[in-house]
Design a protein around this ligand. Structure first.
Ligand code: PPS
Length: 570
């Protein structure tokens, strides 16, 4: 029996100032230095201002930060597992000191809050990664963000909130912690069990959540994350349309759907702790933790970062102190003979267990294959099929990378012609030289300019891919990190095939079709890739082609076969 009594949730630290004060603050802030919040900071600040991150009163200061990363506690002793920090570039940090008031704005310049800076410091990001995520391998999305995307300086301080970041979608499903607490109270929801998800929900999830709610005799809150999730996840618009179908599967008046504007860190056990504190703040009494909670996927050696039930183990230790009860759950699987779902640890011997993994589900979606009724609801599947048409109806990008003179352009041209011969998609070639003439004419070959050039190519190819076309890119693209960012961007919209044209430097130099290598050796051309500027070879491209071993015809044919094998060409 639960001993928790209403009202639930403990003290809420809402950080928005009163209406009259907001106007005064807006007027004062015109004289403050401004910081345009990054996408993740915008999600974090929304959670801070609504009190979803209670007891935090702003972005962490240095002492709290150090205590959180080391001991999962604020300096006050209260449990808080995730560092919520405001990262800025050196140039910006140079303009402020402790005590400065900074106007924090959204990308349109709307004033969201004012921070009074109490601390400015340069974190040891590797240490933070190892303490918080138990790894500094940037295959972990949380580590990748921290090491490769977050700015180098943190500023901490209390917030005075002016207004919440604007959202124009699914307004009826957006509730602050106060809204939800009031709704629960009004509806007499005495016990509420929350379910966290970043994926579409199918029958197994419906069974799991329904059983969990029954078990603890509670109402159910389905609270999917709509902020940042794991790169490659299904977009929140499609997911929410699916959840809206799914909530109809529960008995009337038992279940509520509400969106969580959280930027996840995929931090496994620590993240589960964080999620449960957040749910307590929203007024929930129970929280479901299943297998692989907030899992970051595999590390660069192909191993799991965390054990499948690590999150449950950690939360079991802290749930009383946090003040929310965990409802641990095993994976649900379908038993054919009984035509019913059961937790994986409650299967009788000899029964036939059916399961379709997330990867297999995506494969079937990609290839337009059958998805059985026992697995999901028809409405959910057709919603997802609308968003994810089979691969042969999707766009794709073939991204060549390799040294100057390696043969990228020749193969790219051959590929373009072959794809046009096959038909069905508009084909666009973004060749290195062509792009430099039309899209990047003002850029040189410094690291910064090369990155900009590749980002532009990535953006254009992403748009082409999104609208169902075929983009062929053939820049040198010498840097791993930039190629990775482009892959991430384009994969959101469709297929991405990286082709490493691995023709060695000696051969490229000997061919020297444009006479550039001779000039580079003579020092006439500076920062020349392979001679006076680095080329970082891709480690895991989809294909590697050495033009010493195959003709442009053969090379482009191999790519066509690969595209066929992946389902992009039917
Ligand atoms: S990058 O690094 O991806 O932005 O380079 P990219 O835009 O593909 O370069 C296009 C062509 O520029 C010529 N070129 C140089 N390449 C490398 N380093 C230096 N400094 C340089 N200066 C001019 C070169 O011919 C590239 O064409 P390709 O087709 O690769 O030979």
């Amino acid at each position: 029996m639960s001993t928790i009594t209403a009202p639930h949730g403990g003290t809420l630290k809402e950080l928005l100032v009163k209406e009259g004060q907001a106007e005064a603050l807006k007027a004062q802030a015109r004289d403050f230095i401004s910081w345009d919040l990054t996408e993740r900071q915008l999600w974090d600040i929304e959670m801070l201002l609504t009190g979803a991150f209670s007891p935090l009163e702003g972005f962490l200061g240095k002492a709290d930060y150090e205590s959180v990363i080391k001991d999962m506690r604020l300096t006050s002793g209260t449990i808080w597992p995730m560092p919520i920090t405001l990262d800025v570039p050196e140039a910006f940090a140079g303009k402020i000191t402790e005590g400065t008031k900074v106007a924090l704005r959204d990308p349109e310049g709307v004033l969201i809050a004012v921070i009074t800076v109490s601390d400015i410091w340069r974190p040891d990001k590797k240490l933070e990664a190892n303490l918080v995520f138990k790894s500094d391998d940037d295959a972990h999305p949380g580590v990748n963000y921290l090491i490769n995307k977050a700015h180098p300086v943190y500023i901490g301080g209390k917030l005075e909130g002016v207004e919440l970041p604007a959202h124009y979608d699914f307004k009826q499903l957006r509730n602050t912690p106060r809204d939800l607490r009031e709704k629960f109270k009004k509806q007499g929801w005495y016990k509420v069990v929350a379910f966290q998800t970043r994926n579409p929900m199918h029958r197994a999830h419906q069974e799991l959540t329904f059983r969990a709610a029954q078990m603890v005799e509670a109402n159910l809150l389905i609270q999917p994350v709509v902020g940042m999730t794991k790169p490659g996840d299904i977009d929140h618009y499609s997911r929410i349309r699916c959840y809206e179908h799914l909530v109809k599967q529960y008995p009337e008046q038992t279940t509520m759907l509400s969106l969580l504007p959280l930027a996840m860190r995929m931090g496994g056990p620590r993240e589960a702790m964080w999620h449960s504190i957040i749910r307590k703040n929203y007024g929930c009494t129970h929280f479901i933790v299943g297998r692989n909670h907030a899992d970051p996927g595999k590390n660069s050696k192909g191993e799991a970062f965390y054990g499948p039930y690590d999150a449950q183990e950690m939360l079991a230790k802290y749930q009383d102190e946090i003040g929310i009860k965990m409802v641990p759950f095993q994976e649900m699987v379908y038993v054919e003979e009984k035509a019913q779902y059961f937790p994986a640890d409650q299967i009788e011997k000899g029964m036939t267990v059916l399961n379709i993994s997330g990867t297999e589900f995506r494969r079937r979606l990609m290839l337009g294959l059958d998805i059985p009724d026992w697995f999901s609801y028809r409405e959910v599947v057709s919603e997802l099929r609308r968003t994810y048409p089979p691969r042969h109806e999707q766009g794709f990008t073939v991204f060549f990378t390799g040294l100057s003179g390696s043969g990228k352009s020749t193969i790219a041209n051959a590929l373009m012609v072959k794809l046009m011969e096959i038909g069905g998609r508009a084909v666009t070639l973004l060749d290195g030289d062509m792009v430099r003439k039309n899209l990047s004419s003002e850029l040189g070959f410094s690291r910064e300019h090369r990155d900009l050039n590749i980002q532009r190519i990535g953006f254009v190819a992403g748009q082409i891919t999104k609208y169902g076309g075929a983009a062929i890119c053939a820049p040198i693209a010498p840097y791993t990190q930039t190629r990775r960012a482009v892959r991430e961007e384009i994969s959101r919209h469709g297929g991405f095939l990286e082709v490493f044209v691995s023709t060695p430097l000696e051969v490229c130099e000997e061919r020297d079709r444009k006479g550039l290598y001779a000039k580079a050796r003579a020092g006439i051309i500076k920062e020349f890739t392979g001679i006076s500027d680095p080329y970082e070879a891709p480690e895991t491209p989809e294909m590697t082609i050495d033009t010493r071993e195959c003709s442009p015809d053969e090379a482009s044919q191999r790519i066509i076969l690969k595209l066929e094998q992946l389902g992009f060409i039917k």
